[in-house]
Design a protein around this ligand. Structure first.
Ligand code: ASP
Length: 356
């Protein structure tokens, strides 16, 4: 019998998918409450994010206080950063791929339902996190990519626009011109010019992403990660951000974790799922993040990814909250994160595995 329904589904009786899902949802709701210990929940909603999410965490907590599920609160918090042309790592204004096209990745995960939705290599839609939420709520799938993700977004009425801002286009062009002296793209300095466009000199490939993890006062958990990915990536490259268990993971019994930084390292270690597993084993959120970073350091073997001391030469940031509402963050190298608790919004240092 499905708990709380008084209904025993007869397996031989054909049941429509909708009818079955409805009955199962009632059963799941009835059972999911039974093992929630009243001790395991924060006194008030809390949220954690990458450093660029100081406004996002504030908005997310406000939305949870208004009664929105944690995953929706995380997405609404992230929307403002996706819309901000000055954040060149997320959404509108994000740095493009090597062809000069912005491709966005995002995923959402909802603890109470255990469902997730994600999009990867999505073009022309500035809020991939909203599309990921729709994949989670309106399909039986988890991940849509490329053209299929765009068609799905169109079907749901998302507006298409050019996401490449002038600022991002100029940075891409300078990167392209500076790549090689063996091709026909001439770097301004090669022609003896020191024009205004060249003031920054060598163009770095900056990293950046936003992750927001949320736990409400019932102990329900949600998370979202959104990014334009590695700047100037090979078209079609997908990082950790839209991959469930890598850039974002939620288990409603234990907590939420997410990441920013070198996505390839987080994919290879299944970073977010690993951290939630460590919290399930009893580690604090910060210790869980640090242990996952140690694992990445142990698993990084090829010389091109190691510094002179044999440590990873790249940055990874992890963020986590456990079901009780304790927050933690750690990074391979010194870094900061944003959080919103009863103390209000704060930017704090993350624990660092290695010095600078
Ligand atoms: N993790 C993102 C990716 O690999 C990039 C970043 O956070 O900097 O796509």
């Amino acid at each position: 019998m499905l708990p709380g329904t008084g209904y025993t589904p007869a397996m031989s009786t054909p049941v429509s998918r909708r009818g079955f899902l409805k009955a199962a949802a009632v059963g799941a709701a009835a059972t999911s409450c039974s093992h929630v210990s009243p001790k395991l929940r924060p006194r008030a909603p809390v949220a954690i994010s990458s450093r660029n999410g100081i406004h996002a965490v504030e908005i997310a907590v406000r939305k949870m206080n208004e009664g929105l599920p944690p995953v929706d609160a995380a997405v609404i918090g992230i929307e403002g950063v996706e819309n901000d042309p000055n954040d060149t790592s997320v959404g509108y204004g994000g740095l493009p791929n090597e062809d000069g096209v912005v491709e966005l990745d995002s995923c959402t995960m909802d603890g109470p339902s255990g469902l997730a939705g994600a999009v990867a290599s999505l073009r022309n839609i500035k809020n991939p996190s909203q599309v990921a939420l729709k994949v989670m709520r309106r399909t039986d799938h988890v991940l849509l990519v490329g053209e299929g993700a765009l068609r799905f977004a169109r079907a749901h009425g998302f507006a298409e626009e050019n996401l490449l801002t002038e600022r991002a286009r100029r940075r891409w062009l300078r990167w392209k011109e500076g790549l090689s002296d063996q091709d026909d793209w001439i770097d301004l300095s090669e022609n003896g010019s020191h024009g205004k466009e060249y003031v920054d000199g060598h163009v770095e490939r900056p990293t950046g992403t936003i992750h927001v993890g949320c736990v409400n006062d019932k102990g329900d958990i949600g998370g979202c990660t959104s990014t334009s990915g590695l700047a100037f990536k090979i078209p079609g490259r997908v990082g950790d951000s839209p991959l469930i268990g890598c850039g974002n993971y939620v288990d409603n019994d234990y907590g939420v974790a997410g990441s920013t930084g070198r996505g390839e390292a987080v994919i290879l270690s299944n970073g977010a799922a690993r951290i939630v597993r460590y919290m399930a084993e009893g580690r604090s959120p910060t210790d869980a993040c640090l242990d996952a970073l140690r694992d990445i350091a142990r698993m990084t073997k090829v010389p091109r990814l190691l510094d002179a001391q044999g440590r990873p030469n790249f940055q990874v940031n992890f963020y986590a909250i456990n079901k009780a509402g304790q927050l933690g963050a750690a990074a391979m190298r010194p870094s900061q994160h944003s959080r919103m608790t009863e103390n209000g919004p704060e930017v704090m240092d993350s624990a660092a595995l290695f010095g600078g």
